[in-house]
Write a protein that binds this ligand. Structure first.
Ligand code: NDP
Length: 317
């Protein structure tokens, strides 16, 4: 019997290539948790996934109701959950005004963090009943969460502050976690700090009692994905070239997906609480290593506060 992995946002980019890589091993059945079923189906076929290697299921991770419904639907198909990959994300750098999720939260934090936070908490129960002895939960991170790294130095830098915006309910007129003025690039980076804090707090709370491996990774700069679809067209042209020839950070979607697949499946990535990286400059056959996360993302008190406030926002507390 195959193991089952759920991947959110598997309809394009890194998530799609991770789905392809895992399905290809023939040890994994991939549940593609996507907001557009027809697009996901087409995407699976475009990368040559065989019909019996995947199931497409509806998930709009920005909607808390959709997250809850997805978990119910997943339980109905009767497969064990052996790995969960939180990959879906949006990045909307040119927005002047915040967009809102169905529940009224700022959309990028709702999508990248709050929906996944609820999904992780609900699906812990499923991971505890996995068919493998060491199930895994993997959350996509990024170098831009970390001002200590070259790729993270460009302003605006992430800063959750005292999480005053979360504390105040995170709905109109509030749009930032720190409660300050809306800044869409910072909102994305803040959400990715929350992703790393969530991974570390899941590890601290649940690794020992459940045996689940919690990890995060920076797959490299995948400058060609649709993540940049909301940027200036000129940026979309120049960014991959810049990453390829100037910074050396460029990674293909295929390779990034294979890195995610490795963190899900390979025995060398079984250490929980870990943030994996292949570095900023890509070398041929470059090896992965355990990387320090940013100062803010390694702050245990902030992790607890972020956790408690997120629990309230998604209706778990
Ligand atoms: P893409 O935009 O190509 O893929 C994002 C995926 O998320 C798409 O499948 C998209 O669906 C899905 N998605 C967005 N919103 C929702 C939603 N509300 N519900 C369900 N699915 C949703 O981006 P990438 O592949 O580049 O990004 C994947 C992950 O990798 C992200 O977590 C990102 O932060 C991380 N990452 C990316 C880097 C890069 O350089 N690209 C670098 C480091 C990390 P749809 O197809 O319907 O739009």
């Amino acid at each position: 019997q195959k193991s089952t992995v759920v991947i959110t946002g598997a309809s394009s980019g890194v998530g799609l290539q991770a789905a392809r890589a895992l399905a290809q091993t023939e040890q994994w059945h991939v549940v593609m948790a996507c907001r557009d079923l027809a697009k996901a189906e087409k995407a699976a076929q475009s990368v040559g996934m065989s019909k019996d290697s995947y199931t497409v299921m509806l998930l709009d991770v920005a909607s808390l109701e959709s997250v809850r419904q997805f978990v119910k639907n997943f339980r109905e198909i009767g497969r064990p959950l052996d790995a969960l990959v939180c990959n879906a994300a949006i990045y909307m750098p040119l927005l002047k005004e915040p967009l809102r999720s169905p529940e009224g939260f700022e959309l990028s934090v709702a999508t990248n963090h709050l929906g996944h936070f609820l999904l992780c908490n609900l699906m812990l129960e499923d991971l505890k009943k996995a068919s493998v002895s060491k199930p895994r939960l993997v959350i996509l991170g990024t170098v831009t969460h970390n001002p200590k790294e070259l790729g993270g130095k460009i302003p605006p830098r992430p800063d959750l502050g005292d999480l005053k915006g979360f504390e105040a309910g995170f709905k109109q007129p509030i749009s930032m976690i720190d409660g300050k003025k809306f800044e869409p690039v910072k909102a994305y980076k803040d959400s990715k700090v929350c992703n790393v804090l969530t991974m570390r707090e899941l590890h601290r709370r649940y690794h020992e009692s459940t045996g689940i491996t919690f990890s995060s990774l920076y797959p490299g700069c995948v400058a060609t994905t649709a993540l940049f679809r909301n940027h200036y067209p000129l940026f979309q042209k120049i960014f991959p070239v810049f990453q390829k020839y100037i910074t050396g950070g460029f990674v293909s979607e295929e390779l990034a997906g294979e890195r995610v697949a490795a963190v899900v499946a390979d025995s060398e990535y079984s250490q929980s609480g870990t943030y994996w990286s292949w570095g900023n400059r890509q070398k041929k056959n470059g090896k992965s290593f355990v990387q320090d996360v940013s100062k803010e993302a390694s702050d245990d008190d902030k992790a607890k506060r972020m956790w408690d406030l997120s629990e309230k926002l998604v209706g778990l507390a």
